[in-house]
Design a protein around this ligand. Structure first.
Ligand code: PLP
Length: 415
């Protein structure tokens, strides 16, 4: 399930109240899902009826490979309004969600044996999608300013020395899933410069851009690169409804042309034509912008609730990120705590979360855990953090005692 509980954890149904797997009443800090209460069901019904009444025969037929034109035009207007970014129809194609956009990029722009670089941590479903392709994944570290560009340069150099071809870097520069970090404007410039120098293709996953709680989102890599060497993925999943399975790809015309002319696009008749008609009707009514504003207000409140709860509990030695948008806060536990051990006890007390190990292509993350705030009420967030902090404190003091006795023992040996 996209951004659901990792497969190694028990099954859990987010909407049925945790009846599955004996986890009734659990607080699932697990789902990076939009809040179901904010899904605009009535408006989608109206938009569907309008689309069908106005253009039913077109909406229910195979569509053009590039996607439904009026929706493409709406998106062109949206990036112009929101970002001052000027693109034309030659720069955009619809896809069945950003997930399919990434799969398409991997299908069309990698060769067997290529390396694909990902951030550490990265979105685990993207890692899984890339692993479906005959490529080797390598990771590049992040710090609190996002991807470490010097580390990328070193990795590229080492791979080049080893004679490996790097097909692209998959990056989520804005409100990153998992870490909630946004790549700074300076780092974006440096990344784009390095990519241009090295001929490195960037696949920019930008699905959280609109969910900005404060300040301004830095320009996209696509914009900074003047469109060259960047494939940018967007989606209606986080700003309207994930079940629509509709997103878009922005890139330079040659790339769009390659995608539009690929076998799948011809075969399927464009990405979800019916849904594209419905979404176009929704957007043309002027409903998307106020809907996004409502989402931002709700998710900001939840982010604030999570940060306030962490601030109040202040589990010893724990560090956490303070996202300016998106769905996720990323915790780092102090030594010698491990997220999976914390999870085992927290789950017994009804709090679930995804430990960091699931989010690294080449290992790491044992001391990390991810707390999404989009899906839980403020009350659940406060209670969940209280329990989590309690477990961390208990395990921390036990670990400290163990470490203390180990130190005492080893110092005895030394003496
Ligand atoms: C970073 C990122 N990219 C892509 C997706 C999936 O997007 P879509 O539903 O458009 O396929 C998600 C969903 O959680 C995500 O977090």
């Amino acid at each position: 399930m996209p951004d659901g509980i990792p497969a190694s954890q028990p099954p859990f149904d987010p909407l049925e109240g945790a009846q599955a797997g004996g986890l009734a009443g659990a607080i699932p800090f697990v789902y990076g899902h939009p809040d179901p209460d904010l899904l605009p069901v009535e408006k989608i019904i109206t938009a569907t009826e309008r689309a069908l009444r106005a253009r039913g025969r077109l909406a229910l037929q195979y569509g053009p490979e590039q996607g439904y034109g009026p929706l493409l035009d709406y998106l062109i207007g949206k990036v112009e309004r929101d970002e001052g970014l000027s693109i034309t129809r030659a720069n955009i194609v619809l896809c069945a969600g950003a997930a399919q956009g990434l799969d398409t990029a991997a299908r069309l722009f990698t060769c067997p044996g290529d390396v694909v670089l990902v951030e550490a941590p990265s979105y685990h479903e993207a890692i899984a999608t890339l692993r479906d392709h005959p490529v080797k994944l390598k990771q590049v570290p992040m710090d609190d300013q996002g991807l470490v560009v010097e580390a990328l340069a070193e990795r590229l150099e080492a791979l080049s020395q080893a004679g490996r071809r790097v097909a692209f870097l998959y990056t989520i520069p804005t409100f990153q899933n998992q870490a909630g970090i946004t790549l700074t404007a300076e780092r974006r410039e440096a990344l784009v410069e390095l990519a241009a120098e090295q001929g490195l293709l960037l696949v920019e996953d930008d699905v959280y851009r609109d969910l900005c709680f404060e300040g301004q989102v830095p320009p996209s890599l696509y914009e900074l690169a003047g469109g060259r060497g960047v494939i940018r993925l967007g989606s209606f999943s986080k700003i309207l409804a994930a079940g629509l399975r509709l997103g878009w790809i922005i890139a330079k015309p040659e790339v769009i042309q390659r995608i539009v002319s690929c076998g799948l696009k011809g075969n399927e008749g464009g990405a979800n034509p019916f849904v594209a008609h419905v979404v176009a009707a929704f957007c043309q009514e002027g409903w998307l912008e106020p809907h996004i504003a409502q989402l931002v207000a709700r998710y900001r409140t939840r982010r604030d609730a999570l940060l306030a709860a962490l601030e109040q509990e202040r589990p010893d030695g724990v560090r956490w990120t303070r996202p300016a948008g998106g769905f996720f806060v990323w915790l780092t536990l102090p030594e010698p705590l491990e997220a999976e051990t914390v999870l085992a006890t927290a789950a017994e007390r009804g709090v679930l979360f995804a430990p960091g190990v699931h989010f690294f292509a080449e290992g790491g993350g044992h001391r990390n855990l991810r707390l999404p705030f989009s899906f839980l009420s403020e009350a659940q967030i406060a209670e969940g953090v209280r329990t989590l902090a309690e477990v961390i404190k208990e395990q921390g003091s036990r670990g400290a005692r163990k470490q203390g006795s180990y130190e005492a023992q080893s110092s005895k040996v030394v003496v």
